[in-house]
Design a protein around this ligand. Structure first.
Ligand code: 13P
Length: 271
């Protein structure tokens, strides 16, 4: 069944949210959730919504998840405009994120409020971001991070009705060029200051011990994207290197490799 984030994630129940960037990834995630009877959070960025196609989500992903006996969240990740939020809601996403974090705080507040209204009207959960998580989101950009200030987080959550808050605490999207330094104290300070649970973007490459500690300090949703892309590539490469020519076997290898990542990550958060 499709459900929203608030039904799956709680402070005593942190979860990974996995970015869907391939059909193999989607199948592996559904299979994992159903095999283990565990609610899973799947999410998709505007870029991969475009790549896989709106109809893929509307006609295949949404009905498939909605008819499953296991709860699944389908979250729209980093919608950059109100039009994108609306489109996600029309497709049937059960949760949305609006990302106005590159804009000045007042503008981010104004736009996020509008996006939150749309999410509320559709009855789905809403995530927004303050401060800015840098790095290469879906490959292209190379943005500079702006760590989330406690005062900004307080003002932002007071002004925007939201269920989850994404923050910048030393995390970055994509591959880290040097080992990440996650600011665990900043996470604890933010968690103590705001009334909504926190989201850690850029899960790929953060040492497992830091991920677990981040959840102890207040992170409830950890986004993982690049790790699954790398697994997909590795699966295909190893299969091709072994001389495989049949697409079903090549895709099965990608799927297995992604399943291995899911298994490893899920074992980290056993709560
Ligand atoms: P990574 O690709 O770095 O794991 O980040 C994913 C993410 O935060 C999507 O919002």
């Amino acid at each position: 069944m499709l459900t929203d984030l608030t039904h799956v994630i709680a402070s005593d129940r942190p979860r990974f949210a996995y970015n869907v960037t391939s059909v193999e990834g989607f199948l592996a995630l559904v299979d994992w959730g159903e095999t283990h009877g565990k609610a899973m959070v799947l999410q998709c960025s505007e870029r991969y919504l475009k790549d896989l196609g709106e109809d893929f989500f509307r006609q295949l992903v949404v009905p498939r998840l909605d008819t499953s006996p296991v709860p699944f969240v389908l979250h729209l990740d980093h919608a950059g405009s109100l039009e994108a939020v609306l489109k996600g809601l029309q497709i049937g996403f059960s949760s949305v994120m609006f990302d106005g974090s590159t804009k000045p705080l007042e503008e981010n507040i104004a736009l996020s409020r509008e996006a939150a209204k749309l999410a509320r009207m559709a009855g789905v959960s809403f995530e927004a971001e303050v401060g800015h998580v840098g790095g290469a989101e879906d490959g292209d950009e190379d943005e500079t991070a702006m760590f989330t200030r406690v005062g900004d987080a307080k003002a932002f959550t007071a002004a925007v009705p939201m269920d989850f808050l994404a923050v910048s605490v030393g995390n970055a999207h994509g591959r880290y060029r040097k080992p990440p330094k996650i600011q665990l104290n900043r996470i604890a300070d933010l968690a103590a200051a705001v009334p909504v649970p926190l989201v850690l973007h850029g899960g790929t490459g953060i040492p497992p011990a830091d991920l677990v500690e981040a959840t102890r300090r207040g992170m409830v949703k950890i986004n993982l994207g690049t790790e699954l892309k790398l697994a997909w590539i590795a699966g295909i490469q190893s299969s091709l290197a072994a001389g495989e020519m049949e697409p079903d076997r090549i895709r099965a290898s990608a799927r297995q490799s992604i399943t291995h990542v899911i298994q490893t990550m899920e074992a980290l958060l056993t709560r």
